[in-house]
Design a protein around this ligand. Structure first.
Ligand code: FES
Length: 106
Protein backbone atom coordinates (compact mmCIF):
# COMPACT_ATOMS: atom_id res chain seq x y z
CA UNK A 1 0.00 0.00 0.00
CA UNK A 2 1.37 3.43 -0.88
CA UNK A 3 1.79 6.04 1.78
CA UNK A 4 -0.35 9.14 1.57
CA UNK A 5 1.37 12.50 1.99
CA UNK A 6 -0.45 15.77 2.64
CA UNK A 7 0.87 19.22 1.70
CA UNK A 8 1.83 21.36 4.71
CA UNK A 9 3.40 24.54 3.29
CA UNK A 10 6.12 25.79 0.99
CA UNK A 11 9.70 25.17 2.06
CA UNK A 12 10.22 28.91 1.63
CA UNK A 13 7.56 29.54 4.31
CA UNK A 14 9.96 28.09 6.91
CA UNK A 15 12.97 29.80 8.46
CA UNK A 16 16.05 27.98 9.71
CA UNK A 17 16.11 27.43 13.47
CA UNK A 18 12.50 28.55 13.91
CA UNK A 19 9.37 26.44 14.28
CA UNK A 20 5.91 27.01 12.87
CA UNK A 21 2.65 25.32 13.75
CA UNK A 22 0.22 24.03 11.14
CA UNK A 23 -3.06 22.21 11.58
CA UNK A 24 -3.17 19.29 9.18
CA UNK A 25 -5.78 16.55 9.21
CA UNK A 26 -7.07 17.73 12.58
CA UNK A 27 -3.59 17.53 14.16
CA UNK A 28 -1.43 20.37 15.44
CA UNK A 29 2.01 19.82 13.90
CA UNK A 30 5.24 21.55 14.82
CA UNK A 31 7.41 22.07 11.74
CA UNK A 32 11.12 22.89 11.77
CA UNK A 33 13.58 23.37 8.93
CA UNK A 34 17.28 22.58 8.81
CA UNK A 35 18.72 23.57 5.43
CA UNK A 36 16.56 21.67 2.91
CA UNK A 37 15.43 19.07 5.44
CA UNK A 38 12.12 19.43 7.30
CA UNK A 39 11.17 17.77 10.58
CA UNK A 40 7.66 17.49 11.97
CA UNK A 41 6.58 16.50 15.47
CA UNK A 42 3.38 16.76 17.49
CA UNK A 43 2.76 20.21 18.94
CA UNK A 44 1.53 18.68 22.20
CA UNK A 45 4.10 18.07 24.93
CA UNK A 46 4.22 14.54 26.35
CA UNK A 47 4.66 15.88 29.89
CA UNK A 48 1.27 17.48 30.51
CA UNK A 49 -0.17 18.23 27.08
CA UNK A 50 1.33 21.73 26.96
CA UNK A 51 1.37 23.49 23.60
CA UNK A 52 4.95 23.85 22.40
CA UNK A 53 4.07 26.42 19.73
CA UNK A 54 6.17 28.67 17.54
CA UNK A 55 9.66 29.23 18.80
CA UNK A 56 13.36 28.68 18.30
CA UNK A 57 15.26 25.49 17.61
CA UNK A 58 18.34 25.49 19.82
CA UNK A 59 21.01 22.87 19.18
CA UNK A 60 18.45 20.70 17.39
CA UNK A 61 15.93 20.85 20.22
CA UNK A 62 12.61 22.60 20.89
CA UNK A 63 11.47 23.57 24.35
CA UNK A 64 7.99 23.41 25.82
CA UNK A 65 7.31 26.83 27.36
CA UNK A 66 5.10 25.39 30.10
CA UNK A 67 7.66 23.57 32.29
CA UNK A 68 10.77 23.54 30.14
CA UNK A 69 10.91 20.01 28.71
CA UNK A 70 13.01 19.72 25.55
CA UNK A 71 12.64 17.40 22.56
CA UNK A 72 15.01 16.45 19.74
CA UNK A 73 13.37 17.83 16.61
CA UNK A 74 14.69 14.97 14.43
CA UNK A 75 13.93 11.96 16.61
CA UNK A 76 11.27 13.28 19.00
CA UNK A 77 13.35 12.02 21.91
CA UNK A 78 12.65 13.64 25.28
CA UNK A 79 15.95 15.34 26.18
CA UNK A 80 15.09 17.20 29.37
CA UNK A 81 12.77 16.64 32.32
CA UNK A 82 9.99 16.87 33.20
CA UNK A 83 9.11 15.04 29.94
CA UNK A 84 10.12 11.39 30.00
CA UNK A 85 8.15 10.14 27.00
CA UNK A 86 9.30 10.86 23.46
CA UNK A 87 7.10 12.98 21.21
CA UNK A 88 5.53 11.64 18.01
CA UNK A 89 7.43 12.34 14.81
CA UNK A 90 6.09 12.24 11.26
CA UNK A 91 7.66 11.31 7.95
CA UNK A 92 8.22 14.29 5.69
CA UNK A 93 9.44 14.99 2.19
CA UNK A 94 9.91 18.04 0.02
CA UNK A 95 8.54 17.84 -3.53
CA UNK A 96 9.06 20.78 -5.88
CA UNK A 97 9.36 23.12 -2.90
CA UNK A 98 6.24 21.79 -1.16
CA UNK A 99 6.63 20.30 2.32
CA UNK A 100 4.64 17.07 2.61
CA UNK A 101 3.79 14.98 5.67
CA UNK A 102 2.51 11.47 6.24
CA UNK A 103 0.17 11.24 9.22
CA UNK A 104 0.38 7.45 9.27
CA UNK A 105 1.07 5.90 12.68
CA UNK A 106 3.83 3.30 12.99
S1 FES B 1 3.62 20.48 29.62
FE1 FES B 1 5.49 20.64 28.55
S2 FES B 1 7.00 20.63 30.08
FE2 FES B 1 5.14 20.37 31.15
Amino acid sequence: MTEEYIRVCRLDDLQEARTRVFEIGGKQLLVAREKDQVYIIDNTCTHDNGIIGDGKVIQGEVQCPRHGARFDIKTGRAMQLPAIMDIKTYKTMVVNGDVMVSLKRY
